[in-house]
Design a binder for this molecule. Structure first.
Ligand SMILES: Nc1ncnc2c1ncn2[C@@H]1O[C@H](COP(=O)(O)OP(=O)(O)O)[C@@H](O)[C@H]1O
Ligand SMILES: [Mg+2]
Length: 230
């Protein structure tokens, strides 16, 4: 794991455009290892775009994105795959596979990297307990509530023990109480040394983050990221 204080993500003058005007303009930003970073800003500001650049799902048009000390190009598939394994992602819509049980959805990343063995499947059970989903292990995603889906998405994102957790509006479709429960799980991961990058425009959630951890709040607007002071 990268040492405390080391940089896990570093952007230098990053620009991005989907083809109808710039979404990100010369964004320079360093996220330190072990930090809890919150990215906020209005809907459409480019939060998801920025996160996708960080987890190597999109590629900057200008500037440079360095993740865990490396800045691979999209053709360097082996390096991209290796780095992606070290990043856990809870995407905006959590994309569980409906034909698989909760257990198998959480275990899926193990299959992808060929690690589905007894010890690792024990970790799936531990994550089910951690997220309060033990009773739902054999249910399928269409039977789950929004909050249960998000917790399953979080468990799946951390099954490979990633160094960074990137969560995109994980509380977008859940009630206030469930938001706080999800936040508690993320704070716990952060206390275990994981670096967190959470995008949200939910001000109540941001206040709750601040009460729980010394978070760094970043605000994205007009294509630029600024450190929020309040
Ligand atoms: N795949 C895409 N193709 C074209 N435009 C997109 C795409 N994804 C997002 N956008 C546009 O880019 C801008 C930033 O979007 P996004 O990063 O999703 O913002 P946020 O997550 O802050 O709501 C918006 O104007 C959005 O419409
Ligand atoms: Mg978004």
């Amino acid at each position: 794991m990268a040492g405390q204080g080391a940089r896990v993500i570093r952007c230098e003058e990053v620009g991005f455009d989907y083809g109808h005007g710039p979404v990100l303009r010369d964004v320079s930003l360093t996220l330190e290892s072990g930090g809890f970073h919150v990215l906020t800003g209005p809907s459409g500001a480019g939060k998801t775009t920025f996160l996708r650049l960080c987890y190597l799902d999109l590629w900057a048009e200008s500037g440079r994105v360095e993740v865990l000390g490396e800045a691979p190009t999209p053709d360097d598939r082996a390096a991209v795959a290796r780095l992606r394994r070290r990043i856990g992602v809870v995407p905006q819509s959590c994309r569980l596979l409906d034909h698989l049980s909760v257990f198998d959805n959480i275990a899926l990343p193990l299959d992808v990297v060929g690690l589905r063995n007894k010890a690792q499947l024990g970790n799936v059970s531990d994550l089910l307990t951690w997220t309060g989903l033990t009773e739902r292990a054999h249910a399928h995603p269409p039977e789950l509530s929004g909050g249960e889906k998000q917790r399953a998405g979080l468990a799946r994102a951390v099954i490979l023990s990633p160094e960074i957790l990137i969560a995109d509006e994980p509380t977008g479709n859940v009630d206030a109480e469930m938001s706080l429960q999800l936040l508690e799980l993320m704070v716990e991961l952060n206390r275990l040394g994981r670096t967190i990058l959470l995008a949200t425009h939910d001000l109540d959630l941001i206040r709750a983050v601040r009460r729980a951890v010394p978070a760094r709040i970043l605000r994205l607007a007009q294509g630029q990221v600024q450190q929020a002071t309040a």
